[in-house]
Design a protein around this ligand. Sequence first.
Ligand code: ZN
Length: 135
Amino acid sequence: MSSKLFTLEVQTRQRSQFIDITSEVERIVTQSGVKEGTARIFTLHTTAGLTINENADPTVVEDILMELNKVVPLNDGYRHMEGNSAAHIKSSLFGVSLAVFITGGRLALGTWQSLYFCEFNGPRQRKVLVKVIEE
Ligand code: ZN
C-alpha cells in the first residue's frame, strides 16, 4: 500500500456556497497514477464541510442551503462571541471528510454524484487535503 498527499486550494465567493471540486480531485487522482484504491478528502476548517450530492440540477444544492438556513439560523442567541456559530454547527452536521473509491484510475462516483466543498462562513481561501491511496 502506498499513498500520496495533495493540497487543493478553494476560493469561495459567498457566505454560503457549494463548490463542485470533482474535476480537481479527478485531476489529482490522474496525477497520482493510482488505478485502484481510495481517495480520502479532508478539509482543514471548522466552518466548512464536504458532501456528495447531485450535480445535474444546480437547484438541488440551492435547496440544501436554503433549508439548512432554516434548520440552523444565522442568528439564534448563540453564545460563541465570534458570531459564526451557525457555520460551526453546519460544519459538524456535514462533516469535514469523505472517502471515495478509485477504480480504473477514476473516482467511482454515481452518474449524478459530485464532490462539493461546502462553504458556510465565506468568502475565504480554503484548503482541502486529498490523500490518494493505492490498495
Ligand atoms: Zn467561530
